[in-house]
Design a protein around this ligand. Structure first.
Ligand code: KG4
Ligand code: ZN
Length: 353
């Protein structure tokens, strides 16, 4: 079974071809260089650029794999949550293809595509597992029982983890996207810190910032208090911003974010007595987060995909589309896009709409 996977929920345009669950090609057209000039994603530009590139990217995927559109068995596409204009570009493109080629359309939830993406790289992964999704738009903790049965155990009540990274990076003058830069600086990359702050070579101590909602059994997240604490600290101690100070703030912030993500995930896995933990989403590219989870590998099987699969891509959409199609699930051509995930109930049946 050969599927096309299309992902346009935020600022990336992803197109992949999947055969029987295996990725044949995965193309991502990034807009980071464009949006970094504005300090963040400009939604109107994002969808316009996606509209320009999605056709040629699909054509390239077909040419490079030697698989013509007519050979496809279905078209999987992200239908939400995301920036609505961006989601619509991918969804309408996919609908057009499905209609013209007379092939099934499979609308896929973006967060669930992240949730199941570790299967693409890890044959050993099996149900049930605890799934942590950490990205620019989402911070959610799930018990994953099957491709059609996931239980949401907790989510952020304000900012997503990646959003907090991007906002703090903006406040520190590091630019967009902030996650990778804070990651490098927090881990002591002096070259990265020197590019943004004055000299000050003494060793630094990470600032101790608070972790929120740490009560036992609470699997929700909150990052707005941390954001306020970092801003207050910067106002009081941030001038002049020496390299040492920048490093101590960045690592203190990163310790607080990664600490809360790891502790809650491990606590949920222990409470549920589930031995497998999978982590995905852009923030799962974070080196410290990956190391902290791997430190638990004696107690749990830890599955964190390669960085390229953690950030937005068409493969994860095609892969979940394939799993749904195998179960006989497909979408009506009239399905709507959705911007946020408030529509997903506490216990969600994965549904192609
Ligand atoms: O999954 P993704 O590509 O897009 C969304 O669905 O949001 O995630 C993007 C987010 C951004 O907020 C970015 O700053 C963050 O992932 N990110 C990181 C790292 N690499 C990307 N955050 C922390 N450390 C990183 N190394
Ligand atoms: Zn994402």
């Amino acid at each position: 079974m050969i599927l096309l996977g299309i992902e346009t929920s935020c600022d990336e345009t992803g197109v992949a071809v999947i055969r029987d669950g295996t990725v044949l090609i995965d193309l991502v057209s990034s807009q980071i260089d464009f949006h970094s000039a504005y300090g963040g994603v400009v939604p109107e530009f994002a969808s316009r650029i996606q509209l320009e590139v999605i056709g040629s990217l699909t054509q390239q995927a077909c040419t490079d794999t030697g698989i013509p559109l007519t050979a496809l068995d279905g078209i999987a596409v992200t239908r939400g949550p995301g920036l609505i204009g961006s989601v619509l570009v991918g969804l309408n493109f996919a609908k057009g293809l499905a209609y013209a080629l007379d092939k099934p359309l499979i609308g896929v939830d973006h967060v669930q595509a992240h949730l199941f993406s570790p299967f693409i790289e890890f044959d050993r992964l099996s149900f049930p597992y605890i799934g942590l999704i950490v990205s620019g738009g989402h911070t959610e903790l799930y018990t994953v029982k099957s491709f059609t049965d996931v239980v949401l155990n907790g989510k952020t009540i304000d900012d997503a983890a990646g959003e907090a990274y991007d906002k703090i990076a903006g406040a520190l003058g590091l630019g967009y996207p902030g996650g990778p830069l804070i990651d490098r600086i927090a881990r002591g990359d002096k070259d990265a810190a020197a590019a943004y702050a004055g000299q000050g070579e003494k060793p630094y101590d990470a600032v101790k910032f608070p972790m929120a909602m740490m009560r036992k059994g609470n699997y929700n997240f909150s990052f707005s208090g941390l954001k306020t604490a970092v801003s207050r600290y910067m106002k009081e101690h941030g001038s002049p911003m020496t390299q040492r100070r920048l490093s101590s703030i960045a690592s203190g912030f990163q310790n607080a974010v990664t600490g809360v993500l790891v502790r809650k995930t491990i606590a949920l896995a222990r409470e549920r007595r589930i031995k497998r933990i999978a982590v995905s989403g852009g923030v799962a590219a974070n080196a410290q987060l990956r190391e902290m989870f791997m430190a638990y590998r004696n107690e749990f099987d830890i599955y964190i995909p390669s960085v390229r699969l953690c950030t937005d891509n068409g493969s994860m959409v095609g892969f979940l589309g394939y799993q749904l199609m195998k179960l006989g699930i497909k979408s009506d051509i009239s399905i709507d896009a959705y911007a946020n995930n408030t529509r997903i109930p506490q216990r969600a049946r994965t549904s192609a709409g």
